[in-house]
Design a protein around this ligand. Structure first.
Ligand code: BES
Ligand code: ZN
Ligand code: ZN
Length: 476
């Protein structure tokens, strides 16, 4: 995708977004609307072909001007971008004039997100796929300021991060496993210029990460701990530790999942995809924050080496854990990554992102990410950062009584409670046992990281890249 800013119509095809009460200059389009052949309701499309030169105008409705916001504008543009793709139009202009509701800057941000993310398809394994790239000229009256060109670059880097996340997560488990994931991250890091370090299964054991090791040791693809470091603000003591669950596949282990529940478990690295994609945006946009990304990569598989229900394992943090269910593996991998981030990387704030529980799907569906936190102020910042995105968050309560449910009978902690009560909360609280009083947000993206349906124009089926946009805003 190539985006440029321009003061004039560059290409034969123009995307023209219009409000319902608007009267377009083009008299044909205007009469089509007046005769009610086309009503510019939100996301409605009409393709007008000029009978003299065959130039096309893809008219897209924005609905009532009163009700417009950046998000709705984005959805409308995404719809138009899909239409252009369907018509195989390789170059087009999009009209993005300043109006009293949305500025050129609002519009150009929305156009980049809508186009890059809206038309995404993971089709690399289809023999009959069509390559499609577009050149888009964002057209408006007025000066092309450095603020506009900078925002354009920034949005392109964010969208690119989201696409990196989607591609990584959509790859099947025979392509992406801990070692190949680490290789991809090293490759990306070298390309964008960020420090990267990969610890192999021996180093994982040497550092005392018995929980991560126990989960990963049953697979022929042994675990890796992947670390990326962006010290964008050397004057500050604040260091964000952003930790992603990276189960490249989750069979459930000996507590094996039924066929239907297992089918999409290549998606169990949604957290890893998100933190890697986030780092792409953070580094390329040179964000002035210290950010350490940690991915605990493992495959939860069955073999004679696998851990078993009833096993008692250790952790880098020192607490002992009774494994009651080998399918509650994510929290085990994450706690060692959290301890690593605190003790070896000196992080001062922690955010973990994980496809952690089926229970969060029951509670919040595929619409909102469930949050467990020990810091309401930090949570407010997250919600504030999400307001300009299409990502939603909902805080789950952490009453003292829940903590009873993660206590072990013969070890310090148990990795699951057999009665399944408050599954998403107890999973979060388990991780909370290892954050050593650091401000912490746990984001359970089991519902939002992977889409089984098209939730909006912006989310294709499969990996979504949630919550990169919000975390980027939060860091910024
Ligand atoms: N990876 C799953 C959670 C999941 C479920 C992600 C559905 C995406 C869609 C996780 O490892 C898991 O299996 N959790 C168990 C926990 C239980 C055993 C306490 C679950 O949710 O059933
Ligand atoms: Zn599991
Ligand atoms: Zn899992």
């Amino acid at each position: 995708m190539i985006y440029t800013l321009s003061n004039s119509v560059e290409f034969d095809t123009v995307v023209l977004p219009i409000y319902q009460e608007e009267n377009p200059e083009n008299e044909f389009i205007s009469s089509i609307i007046n005769k009610e052949i086309f009503t510019p309701k939100l996301k409605e499309i009409y393709v007008y072909i000029n009978p003299i030169n065959f130039n096309r105008t893809i008219v897209v409705g924005l609905g009532e001007k009163d009700k417009i916001d950046a998000n709705k504008f984005m959805m409308a543009i995404a719809k138009a971008a899909k239409e252009a793709k369907k018509l195989e139009i390789g170059k087009y202009s999009v009209v993005a004039e300043n109006d009293d509701k949305l500025s050129v800057i609002d519009k150009l941000s929305a156009i980049v997100q809508a186009t890059s993310l809206g038309i995404y398809e993971f089709n690399k394994y289809k023999s009959d796929k069509k390559e499609y790239t577009t050149e888009i000229s964002i057209q408006f009256e007025g000066e092309i300021t450095t603020e506009l060109t900078e925002t354009l670059k920034e949005e392109i880097n964010i969208a690119e991060g989201i696409l990196i996340a989607r591609d990584l997560v959509n790859e099947p488990a025979n392509v992406i496993y801990p070692e190949s994931l680490a290789n991809r991250v090293v490759e990306l890091s070298e390309k964008i210029g960020v420090e990267v370090e990969v610890f192999d299964h021996e180093q994982i054991q040497e550092m005392g990460m018995d929980a991560l090791w126990s989960v990963g040791k049953g697979s022929c693809y042994l675990p890796r701990l992947i670390v990326m470091r962006h010290m964008g603000n050397p004057d500050s003591d604040e260091v964000f530790g952003i930790i992603g669950k990276g189960l490249t596949y989750d069979t459930g282990g000996y507590s094996i999942k039924p066929t239907n529940s297992m089918a999409n478990m290549k998606s169990d690295m949604g957290g890893a995809g998100a933190v890697i994609g986030l780092m792409n945006a953070v580094v390329k946009n040179n964000i002035k924050q210290n950010v350490i990304v940690v991915v605990a990569a493992a495959e939860n598989a069955i073999s004679e080496n696998s851990y078993k229900p009833g096993d008692i394992i250790g952790s880098m943090g020192g607490k002992t854990i009774e494994v009651l269910n080998t399918d509650a593996e994510g929290r085990l991998t994450l706690v060692d990554a959290v301890t690593y981030a605190i003790r070896k990387e000196n992080v001062t704030k922690i955010i973990d992102i994980a496809t952690l529980t089926g229970a969060v799907l029951v509670a919040l569906g595929d619409v909102a990410t469930g949050v467990v936190t020990n810091d309401d102020e930090f949570y407010s910042q997250l919600v504030e950062a999400s307001t300009t995105t299409d990502e939603k968050f909902w805080q789950l309560p952490v009453f003292e009584e829940y903590k009873e449910l993660i206590k072990g009978k013969i070890a310090d902690l148990a990795n699951s409670n057999t009665n399944r009560l408050a599954g998403s909360i107890t999973a979060g609280l388990f991780i909370g046992e290892f954050v050593e009083d650091k401000p912490w947000l746990h984001l359970d993206i089991a519902g939002t990281g992977w889409a089984e349906r098209t939730i909006s124009e912006m989310t294709p089926k499969g990996a979504t890249g949630t919550p990169i946009k919000t975390l980027y805003n939060l860091l910024k």
